[in-house]
Design a binder for this molecule. Sequence first.
Ligand SMILES: C[S@@+](CC[C@H](N)C(=O)[O-])C[C@H]1O[C@@H](n2cnc3c(N)ncnc32)[C@H](O)[C@@H]1O
Length: 205
Amino acid sequence: MGLYERRVLPRLVHFVCGREPATRLRREMVPLAAGEVLELGFGSGLNLPHYDAARVTRVYALEPSEAMWELAAPAVRSSRVPVDCRLGSAQEIPLASRSVDSVLVTFTLCTVPDAPAALREAARVLRPGGRLVFCEHGAAPDPGVRRWQRRIDPLWTRLAGGCHLDREIPALVAASGFRIESLAARYLPGWKVASYFYQGTAVCS
Ligand SMILES: C[S@@+](CC[C@H](N)C(=O)[O-])C[C@H]1O[C@@H](n2cnc3c(N)ncnc32)[C@H](O)[C@@H]1O
C-alpha cells in the first residue's frame, strides 16, 4: 500500500464524509438504528454522535482499515454509546448469526469489493425483526449522468480507494435477503456523478 492509500486517502475520506450534505443524511438515518447495532465500514466514526443514546445499547464497529481506526480513536473515546471495535471486513462479519438488532451502513457499499456478500452477511447477523439502515450514493436515474458514472468509474475507483459510482443500491439490498421498507433517493448538492443518494430501511425477507 502506497503513501497515498495510507496517509492521504483516509484523511480525504474523513474530510469529505464529514461535510454538511453527508452530515445531514447521518442526522436523518443514524437515529433509526436501535438496540445492539452493527456498523459496517465504521470509517473515522462520524456516525457516533448521531446515535440515539437512549435507544442504542452497543455499537459493534467493523472496519478493515487500520488507518481509519487511527482517525476514529477520538470519536470512539468521546462516544456516548459503548463501542466494540472490530478489525475486519463486512464480507465476513465476525459476529454470530441473529446477534444484532440493527445494521447500519453509510457511504460504504460503494467501496466493499463484494457488496452482495456484505449484505448477505448483514442479513445473517440480524435478529428476526431486525433492521438494515442504509445511506449510500449510487447509480443516478438520468441517462446522461449515468453515462458519466460508467465512463469515470475505472479511474475513480483507483483514486477513491475502491469506491464505485454506479452501484444499484436498492437492487443490491433487495437481492441479498432483504425487503425494502422505506426508500428515498435524491441528488444532494455537489458533483452529480457522485451525489445521487439512496437512503432507506429494510428487513429480512
Ligand atoms: C467512504 S468511507 C465511509 C466510512 C463511514 N461509513 C462513514 O459513513 O463515514 C468507506 C469505508 O468503507 C471501508 N471498507 C472498505 N472495504 C470494506 C469492507 N470489505 N468491509 C467493511 N468496510 C470496508 C473503508 O475502509 C472506509 O472506511
